[in-house]
Ligand binder design. Structure first.
Ligand SMILES: NC(=O)c1ccc[n+]([C@@H]2O[C@H](COP(=O)([O-])OP(=O)(O)OC[C@H]3O[C@@H](n4cnc5c(N)ncnc54)[C@H](OP(=O)(O)O)[C@@H]3O)[C@@H](O)[C@H]2O)c1
Length: 239
């Protein structure tokens, strides 16, 4: 392994990478030598993210796709593989939140959040894992949340999606480890992004998107005989 560029030549797909945590992960993996494919739903912001990464010298491909739609997911994986070859690293990062007292949330809120945060991870993982199985190696990293470990008022649907994502992650890890595929979850606390208002929190004390990217980089550089299955990431001082 090239210690300066430990991911040199590898192809990483990062979902939800037009901004926030996904963009920070894309940048970090690109700096580590990976070729980067990114997706998101909004084509304009995705193009802007791709241009930004390319200006920084990172080989980047972008494709607008909704991770909750299996046809769009197939088209994404096909287009990315045609551009940069097999996907060796998958970052399931795309996610959304709907917050409020449970009695004020509706079926559409449930479907939108669960389809993106949970079904989306299943769909994108399924689309890349056969290739990983046939090559006998691969990394899948799922961005869950401390909301997948702790409940809080107003968090019902979001917490359900992230708790569910941890169950999916650990079962996938068991199914795939014999094939040389390592599946991990990263569970950050509140991160200073556009994801939600984070009312009353001091953004300077909050986790930064780059902190999550650092945890992902650590997972991806483990020696082949071991794998980090879960990272819980907290701010040093409570924001
Ligand atoms: N920020 C936090 O406090 C925090 C804490 C713990 C965990 N997380 C998790 O970290 C992940 C990233 O969060 P973030 O803070 O970076 O959020 P963000 O700034 O809102 O970015 C979300 C990204 O996901 C994309 N996206 C959303 N729905 C999508 C879909 N259905 N298909 C494809 N792309 C989609 C968005 O682009 P489009 O809107 O254009 O699709 C955007 O690029 C999420 O899974 C979130 O749950 C966040």
């Amino acid at each position: 392994m090239d210690s300066q560029l430990p991911l040199k030549g590898q192809h990483a797909l990062i979902t939800g990478a037009s901004r926030g945590i996904g963009l920070a992960i894309a940048r970090r993996l690109g700096q580590m030598g990976a070729r980067i494919s990114i997706c998101g739903r909004n084509e304009q912001s995705l193009d802007a993210a791709r241009s930004q990464l390319q200006k920084e010298g990172i080989e980047t491909f972008s494709f607008a796709a909704n991770v909750a739609d299996s046809r769009q997911v197939s088209a994404l994986v096909e287009a990315a593989s045609a551009k940069f070859g097999h996907i060796e690293i998958l970052l399931n990062n795309a996610g959304i939140g709907r917050f409020g007292p449970v009695n004020q949330l509706n079926e559409t809120d449930w479907d939108t959040v669960l389809d993106t945060n949970l079904k989306g991870v299943f769909l994108v993982s399924r689309a890349v894992m056969e290739g990983m199985i046939s090559r006998g190696r691969g990394h899948i990293v799922n961005i869950s949340s401390l909301a997948g470990k702790n409940s809080f008022a107003g968090g019902s649907i979001y917490c359900a999606s992230k708790w569910g994502l941890l169950g999916l992650t650990y079962s996938m890890a068991e199914d795939l480890r014999a094939h040389g595929i390592r599946v991990a979850a990263v569970c950050p606390g509140s991160v200073a992004t556009e994801f939600s208002p984070h009312a009353g929190k001091d953004p300077r004390k909050m986790l930064q998107a780059e902190d999550v990217a650092h945890a992902v980089a650590m997972i991806l550089t483990e020696a082949p005989q071991s794998f980090i299955s879960e990272v819980l990431l907290r701010p040093t001082q409570k924001p």
